[in-house]
Design a protein around this ligand. Structure first.
Ligand SMILES: *[C@@H]1O[C@H](CO)[C@@H](O)[C@H](O)[C@H]1NC(C)=O
Ligand SMILES: *[C@@H]1O[C@H](CO)[C@@H](O)[C@H](O)[C@H]1NC(C)=O
Ligand SMILES: *[C@@H]1O[C@H](CO)[C@@H](O)[C@H](O)[C@H]1NC(C)=O
Ligand SMILES: *[C@@H]1O[C@H](CO)[C@@H](O)[C@H](O)[C@H]1NC(C)=O
Ligand SMILES: *[C@@H]1O[C@H](CO)[C@@H](O)[C@H](O)[C@H]1NC(C)=O
Ligand SMILES: *[C@@H]1O[C@H](CO)[C@@H](O)[C@H](O)[C@H]1NC(C)=O
Length: 830
């Protein structure tokens, strides 16, 4: 019916045809062209007017083999205009490049418009147009076809009358994604959109004339984790980003009602597209169904998926480098490249662990090669326990091997590197590399003096070492050094001995050298090993598994724990609670006497013939200074008998000195039948009284020890024989009848029992001295007791809280020990 000419139509265009004299033939030869169709139907007058006003009537007149998408007058009315200003490009969007009637369209079909300027990047991409014909409706794009299939046979054309205007120009693909915003509220596609657009990627690679299969965020994130994603959207990840994206970009615009259609993605892989529901739903590889299909852009088509799209998309090979970039440490990567260490971060096969500073404000710029290498450790390390890891910084000349990294676990389960930087729990794994983030920089172990801060408890040792130049560690054939660093407390406990040593630098230097071992003894050392000291003496060290102490020559013990070890440039150091004095250093009683004003005391000893005892090595001395003697009017001029008693009272035989140090209640002296008793002041100081005397007491001011383990105690005032109950009489027991002796024994037993009761728990040691001892059987030749707990340590400390310990025989022979072997807290300042 439409083919019949409607000759009465009052249209200028038609009139012009008529004027050309074709009118008579019209009834027999149909010459209905597109314009005829439009002008003969009153519904299109606004469209026609628009064509006229835009001067496009002639253009349309010439089109053949096309479909014209003609908006009806209602479409113009709906937006309140009488006509539109059109240009040819816009007009061409209304023209499909083939005559299509509704009968040709089954479901969703995609055709090309005549507008070939769809792409900003390549020529001749025709803007696609979507037809959707079902039993219920016939739609073109979003418009309903209200007057379908008006034929213009002379032009071999079809006019489709639409109820709305198709003037919304489609975006190009890249423009569309550039401001995609929150297009999808339920299912987000922003990850993919971001990959496409970050760093203007889409525009750079000029995606155009393509079909995109978009995975939702949920499924995009199956392909890559957060760090990988951060890397991919980084400028440096472009190449790898392409590999990932190109899986989902197919050449050409494909959509609508499709038979099985083979397409290639930009990686060159084949992808089969097909459709269901008459083209409403696109299916990939016969398995993945799009949730939204056929979204047309001027140079592309989008199909959205909320399910896995491809079985095995091509993935970029992520490397430690990728991860470091993804973790925002491009500066580190740059520095690695600059130092020509790139292979460390590009090789995915080497088993290694990297400690990366998380804080981007700690820049890697300008880091030295060694510092960079120190952030890499050999092997894939699970940091669930304390360990010494081997770093890749291996060129320290004083060390024969690579610098270690101390990974400690501190209170609360935090993992800490070199007692300084905290390691975050999360671990990244890429290839054979583990990456841990740390909160602060990880400098290579510094020089010893810097490994231990100036404020900590080892400062005194460092000062001594510095004084002797012992802080300059030479490259000792790559053996490295192990240094024991006595704490300030340990030095202070030496007291007079230290005074002597500091006045005798040669000996002091030997003491210090003795605690610097040539060789590395890390806390994981087990078993026995011979090692030389800085004095070139050979010593034997031994460490049992799990033990907190290391034994030196089987005699001395030093604390030796993982936590206390401090790594430094040339080795490892251990803060210790005692000073070891080597065999080669002799400190005699006379040496100690030099440190105090003992002239008058020595004079008295000479006078009474006890001079030899000074050098005998078996006696300890309680010494009042000359000043104190003069004060008490005790001088070489005093009565000789008095002086003998006086001197004897100030000499302790054998290991009686240990009893003083342990502050025991009964301490024998050289004076027969006369004992001292020690008690502790609240302040911690020790005072001595004569048991067989009145309440007078003297206070121990200082102490010192010889290498024979005898001691010198400086006291504030002399122990005066006059303090004794019967200073002038002979020993009491000579005058006692047998009964009295028996009574004495009973009383002694009672005393012993009470001492044991009172002190057993505390001392566990047996306080053997009893009534018999008072008979004078205690002297330098009679051992009072087997190693007595609390007194075994010849250099016991004053401190009331200082613990005591059992020690093997010979322990105190050469080495001074001053308190328990506990790991010393000697931390680095943070
Ligand atoms: C609009 O088109 C329809 C179908 O071609 C026709 O029946 C109707 O008369 C037209 N209306 C006007 C006002 O020309
Ligand atoms: C229209 O199609 C016919 C036959 O298919 C062809 O001969 C003619 O050249 C085409 N016209 C245009 C303008 O392409
Ligand atoms: C668009 O892609 C298809 C499929 O690869 C191709 O055949 C066609 O030539 C392309 N068009 C342009 C203008 O490049
Ligand atoms: C990297 O830094 C940016 C800001 O500087 C931040 O938004 C992002 O979360 C960081 N990425 C990672 C993995 O820490
Ligand atoms: C000190 O001792 C001497 C002799 O032992 C004696 O002559 C003198 O009076 C004493 N002086 C005092 C103040 O006790
Ligand atoms: C002390 O007693 C022993 C034996 O009991 C005796 O050999 C020694 O001479 C006495 N010492 C003194 C100073 O009386």
């Amino acid at each position: 019916m439409h083919l019949f000419p409607i000759v009465v139509a009052a249209c200028g265009v038609y009139a012009s045809h008529a004027a050309q004299g074709k009118k008579p033939k019209s009834p027999t030869i149909p010459t209905v062209k597109i314009i005829d169709v439009l002008s003969s139907n009153g519904n299109f007058s606004s469209f026609l007017l628009s064509l006229q006003r835009s001067g496009l009537v002639d253009v349309l007149e010439d089109y053949e083999n096309v479909t014209v998408l003609a908006p009806t007058n209602e479409a113009f009315d709906a937006i309140g205009v009488s006509h539109l200003k059109l240009d040819q490009d816009t007009l061409d969007q209304f023209i499909v490049d083939a005559p299509i009637t509704s009968a040709n369209v089954s479901g969703v079909e995609i055709y090309n418009s005549l507008n070939a300027k769809g792409s900003p990047y390549i020529k001749d991409v025709h803007i696609p147009v979507l037809f959707d014909n079902t039993d219920d409706s016939f739609m073109i794009e979003n418009s309903e076809v209200v007057y379908p299939d008006l034929l213009a046979p002379s032009s071999n054309a079809v006019v489709q009358g639409l109820d709305s205007l198709l003037t919304n120009r489609k975006h190009s693909l890249c423009d569309y994604f550039a401001d995609v915003g929150d297009l999808w509220s339920d299912v987000s596609f922003s990850l993919f959109a971001h990959l496409l657009t970050a760093n203007d990627y889409c525009k750079k690679v000029k995606f155009s004339n393509v079909t995109m299969l978009l995975p939702s965020d949920e499924h995009a994130s199956h392909n890559v984790n957060d760090v990988e994603y951060a890397y991919l959207i980084n400028e440096r990840g472009l190449k790898d980003r392409a590999i990932l994206l190109n899986n989902y970009v197919l050449e050409g615009i494909t959509g609508g009602n499709l038979p099985q259609t083979l397409r290639r993605n930009l990686n060159g892989d084949e992808v089969i597209l097909s459709s269901r529901h008459s083209g409403e739903e696109i299916v990939v590889n016969n398995s993945s169904h799009a949730m939204n299909s056929n979204y047309l852009l001027s140079d592309g088509i989008l199909h959205y998926f909320d399910s896995r799209i491809l079985e095995s998309p091509k993935k970029p090979i992520f490397t430690p480098r990728s991860y470091m970039i993804g973790l925002n440490r491009s500066d580190f990567v740059d520095e690695i490249d600059f130092r020509k260490l790139s292979s460390l971060i590009d090789n995915v096969t080497i088993p290694q662990t990297v400690f990366l500073v998380r804080d981007t404000s700690v820049s890697a710029n300008g880091q030295l090669k060694n510092e960079l290498l120190y952030q890499f450790a050999e092997g894939k390390l699970d940091l669930d326990h304390e360990m010494l890891a081997d770093s890749k910084f291996c060129s320290q000349p004083s060390l024969g091997h690579c610098q270690k990294i101390k990974v400690g676990i501190v209170g609360g389960g935090m993992t800490v590197i070199n007692d300084h930087s905290i390691i975050y729990p999360e671990r990244y794994e890429v290839g054979n590399t583990y990456i841990y983030l740390v909160d602060d920089d990880i400098p290579t172990p510094p020089k010893l003096e810097h490994a231990l801060g100036p404020m900590d408890r080892c400062a005194e040792t460092l000062q001594y070492l510095d004084h002797f130049g012992f802080l300059k560690f030479k490259a000792n054939k790559g053996n490295g050094y192990t240094v024991f660093l006595p704490t300030s407390d340990a030095w202070n406990r030496l007291d007079l001995t230290l005074t002597y040593l500091t006045a005798n630098m040669k000996k002091m230097s030997k003491v210090l050298r003795n605690m610097q071992l040539n060789g590395l003894v890390y806390s994981d050392f087990e078993g026995q090993r011979e090692i030389s000291t800085g004095n070139d003496d050979s010593i034997m060290i031994e460490h049992q598994p799990e033990s907190d102490i290391i034994s030196i020559n089987g005699t001395a013990e030093l604390p030796f724990t993982f936590a206390s070890q401090v790594l430094f440039k040339d080795g490892v150091a251990y803060p210790v609670d005692r000073v070891l004095i080597p065999d080669t250093v002799d400190i005699s009683m006379l040496d100690l006497m030099e440190t105090i004003d003992a002239d008058e005391f020595i004079n008295i000893l000479k006078l009474v013939g006890y001079e030899d005892l000074l050098t005998n090595g078996n006696y300890s001395f309680i010494v009042p200074s000359t000043g104190a003697l003069v004060m008490d009017n005790i001088t070489a001029q005093s009565d000789p008998d008095f002086l003998v008693k006086f001197a004897s009272l100030h000499i302790l035989p054998g290991d009686a000195i240990k009893k003083v140090m342990a502050c025991e209640p009964i301490i024998p002296t050289l004076l027969n039948d006369t004992h001292l008793s020690c008690h502790r002041l609240a302040s911690g100081g020790l005072v001595l009284t004569i048991i067989e005397g009145n309440d007078h007491e003297t206070r121990i001011l200082r102490k010192g020890f010889t290498t024979d383990d005898t001691g010198l105690l400086l006291i504030d005032k002399p122990i005066n024989p006059k303090w004794m109950d019967h200073p002038g009489t002979a020993p009491i027991h000579l005058h006692l009848p047998l009964v009295a002796i028996l009574v004495g024994i009973v009383l002694g037993m009672a005393l012993l029992a009470s001492i044991i009761t009172c002190c057993f728990v505390l001392t566990v040691g047996d306080t053997e001295p009893d009534e018999e001892n008072r008979d004078g059987t205690v002297d330098e030749t009679t051992p009072l007791a087997e190693p007595v707990e609390g007194s075994s340590d010849g250099y016991g400390s004053y401190e009331p809280q200082a613990p005591v310990e059992p020690v093997t025989k010979g322990f105190s022979e050469r080495y001074s020990t001053h308190s328990t072997t506990q790991a010393m807290d000697c931390p680095r300042p943070i």
